[in-house]
Design a protein around this ligand. Structure first.
Ligand SMILES: *[C@@H]1O[C@H](CO)[C@@H](O)[C@H](O)[C@H]1NC(C)=O
Ligand SMILES: *[C@@H]1O[C@H](CO)[C@@H](O)[C@H](O)[C@H]1NC(C)=O
Ligand SMILES: *[C@@H]1O[C@H](CO)[C@@H](O)[C@H](O)[C@H]1NC(C)=O
Ligand SMILES: *[C@@H]1O[C@H](CO)[C@@H](O)[C@H](O)[C@H]1NC(C)=O
Ligand SMILES: *[C@@H]1O[C@H](CO)[C@@H](O)[C@H](O)[C@H]1NC(C)=O
Ligand SMILES: *[C@@H]1O[C@H](CO)[C@@H](O)[C@H](O)[C@H]1NC(C)=O
Length: 568
């Protein structure tokens, strides 16, 4: 301890206000779920699938109720990692395909790179989807000390083969190496176990360092769970049968399987928080839980999520595709146990987390994210008044939120996801009991952060979206004013009409004009989308049936390949 103080004192003298390797810096645990819908967490009001651990975290922290993500995986994760809108990294159209020789540009500095420079130990587990064709694009070359997980968008939870069209290959990697020996292991559970191991290993390493008079490190753990993305077509909603059986009260079979997948995601949050408490790291942690994009309901993408009552789904710029389920907890948040209605975007995490660790000086000035730490911590007003939801010139779609207004242009996927997808009701009754006895509650109670049923009820009431407009003039309130965004831009007032039922474009033409003008301004700064050709050198059959960093490798000669085929 003495030497640590001495070190800090030295640094204080020598480094001035510069970043310090200070063991008092909080651990940052960033948990990102895949394709989780707005209505799939209990804290937004659903009683169908209990998420007691996620809820126990959210109710104790700050529920982010006006928080936007990108409508798809790659762009959302790019926005998170860089603090930039996807139009500013060329990632605004679709996702990185397995066969594409591209990735998130190497000129970008990612969250783990910032944190590593500040002295963090940085570990990533789970989905990457930011490019892998050359090793420079993979996590261990982009700021993470270690990585174990999948690189691509879709894979089987048990055999871990990533598929794209007719191609398939193993896609679970440690660093660059495929892991062949995990066959049959349920991936959500595996990632959780890896996260728990990482936490206890980190604590041990710090203890040894401290005992030998060395400085300790804070932890940045990026846990990008596979759940609740659908799996490969031969097993689209993978979960152990015993878990599926627990949800027999859910009548729809596919939704029941989805519930089982979600159960393992919720358990993951419980196990991670429990591990933090056991290793005495919890009271010095910031824990973020967020989805990457809206859910895919009603069999879309083979999945059964729910964004109800929001409109649309994953892929679309409707609220159901972009308004994300998320919460943050930390003892460092000064006002906890509340719902925040401040506008926030996934790009805000980078500057906000750097601000939380006193490193605002490090933030590059050319990012789109805002530092919302004081907003999250103290409910202070923020500088974020608008969110660009996307401009995708290839698909001719765009959307922008400014204050309470939202403009939306064009039809994603030919308008096939413009609807509201009702949940099939069959509810579980005793949600609150589960929350109060969850692993997260036990861990938090043990370090002095209790939760009451009253708190649950009041936050939950506030976090539920009510569709019926309250502040609209009566004549508008009475009618549904339809939108065909394919023909003309639509305008919605999201505060009074969060479910996007009343297109106000013709009633407020000036407002529409103003919004389109702002959109044009953003559009003039867009980079061309970086989507590119498919490279046959990527095909897993050339690489022992694994996805690999094919751009670094010389393809086996045609003769070798033919010989290989002959042998077969
Ligand atoms: C903090 O630690 C990192 C990694 O150990 C090191 O590269 C960096 O120079 C250190 N920064 C300071 C200010 O000591
Ligand atoms: C302590 O730090 C020194 C100098 O960086 C290093 O050589 C040594 O291995 C460290 N010891 C432990 C136990 O981490
Ligand atoms: C950041 O600085 C403030 C004021 O200087 C201090 O109170 C706080 O503890 C610091 N936070 C961290 C994470 O070091
Ligand atoms: C908000 O913007 C003002 C004016 O540019 C700036 O002075 C202030 O520091 C900003 N606040 C935050 C939290 O970024
Ligand atoms: C889009 O929808 C229209 C109208 O339903 C249909 O005629 C057209 O074939 C669709 N286009 C595509 C590419 O699916
Ligand atoms: C953005 O600009 C591109 C090319 O300059 C154009 O094709 C597209 O229609 C514009 N999109 C919007 C939403 O203004």
């Amino acid at each position: 301890m003495l030497s640590l103080r001495f070190y800090i004192a030295l640094c204080f003298l020598a480094c001035g206000t510069a970043a310090q390797n200070d063991s008092s810096l909080p651990n940052i645990i960033f948990i990102i779920a895949d394709d989780l819908g707005w209505n799939d967490v209990g804290f937004h009001g659903s009683n169908q699938i209990p998420t007691p651990n996620i809820d126990a975290l959210a109710y104790r922290g700050v529920i982010l109720n006006n928080y936007y993500v990108q409508p798809l995986c790659t762009p959302s994760r790019c926005a998170l990692m860089t603090g930039k809108y996807p139009i500013h990294t060329g990632m605004q159209h679709y996702v990185i395909l397995n066969q594409e020789p591209r990735g998130l540009p190497l000129s970008e500095k990612l969250i783990p790179q910032y944190l590593k420079n500040l002295g963090y130990a940085t570990h990533a587990i789970g989905k990457w989807h930011l490019g892998f064709y050359k090793k420079e694009y993979t996590p261990e070359h982009r700021g993470f000390d270690s990585y174990i997980g999948h690189w691509t968008g879709v894979l089987d939870y048990y055999d871990h083969s990533g598929t794209e069209k007719e191609l398939w290959g193993l896609d679970i990697h440690q660093g660059l190496d495929p892991l062949w020996d995990l066959h049959g292991k349920y991936l959500t559970e595996f990632y959780t176990e890896e996260a728990v191991k990482t936490i206890s290993h980190h604590a041990k390493t710090n203890k040894i360092a401290e005992e030998s008079g060395n400085s300790t490190k804070p932890l940045f753990l990026y846990l990008a769970q596979i759940a609740v993305h659908s799996g490969n077509p031969y097993n689209p909603l993978p979960a152990p049968d015993e878990t599926v059986d627990k949800f027999s009260y859910i009548k729809n079979y596919k939704r029941r399987r989805y519930a089982a997948m979600l159960h393992w995601l919720d358990k993951s949050v419980g196990d991670v928080v429990e591990a933090l408490a056991e290793n005495k790291m919890l009271d010095n942690s910031i824990i973020v839980f967020t989805t990457d994009n809206g859910g895919a309901p009603a069999g879309l993408n083979d999945n059964f999520a729910s964004n109800w009552p929001l409109r649309g789904a994953k892929f679309t710029l409707w609220e159901g595709g972009t308004r994300g389920a998320a919460a943050v907890w930390s003892p460092r948040l000064k006002k906890r146990g509340r719902v925040s209605n401040h506008l926030m975007h996934i790009t805000d995490w980078l500057p906000t987390l750097l601000s939380a660790v006193n490193a605002t000086d490090e933030i590059r000035t050319n990012i789109d994210g805002f530092d919302l730490w004081d907003t999250l911590s103290e409910d202070k007003p923020s500088n974020r008044s608008e969110v660009l939801l996307n401009i995708d010139a290839k698909d001719s779609v765009a959307a922008l939120r400014v204050g309470e207004w939202k403009v939306i242009i064009g039809n994603s996927l030919n308008g096939s996801r413009n609807s509201w997808y009702s949940p099939i009701h069959s509810d579980y009754e005793d949600n609150n009991g589960l929350i109060l006895t969850s692993k997260v509650s036990k861990a938090m109670d043990s370090i002095g952060y209790p939760l009451t049923e009253e708190q649950i009820l009041s936050s939950r009431k506030e976090a539920i979206v009510i569709c019926e407009p309250e502040n609209l003039p009566d004549d508008i309130k009475e009618s549904k004013i339809l939108c065909d965004a394919h023909l003309k831009p639509c305008l919605f007032n999201i505060i009074s009409d969060p479910c996007e039922k009343r297109n106000l474009a013709e009633i407020y033409p000036k407002k529409l004009e103003e919004m389109l003008h702002i959109l044009d301004r953003y559009n003039s700064t867009a980079l061309p989308p970086s989507n590119t050709h498919l490279d046959p050198n990527s095909h897993p059959r050339l690489w022992d049936y694994a996805w690999t960093n094919f751009g670094d490798k010389t393809p086996p000669s045609k003769k070798d390949t033919e010989k290989c085929n002959d042998d077969l």
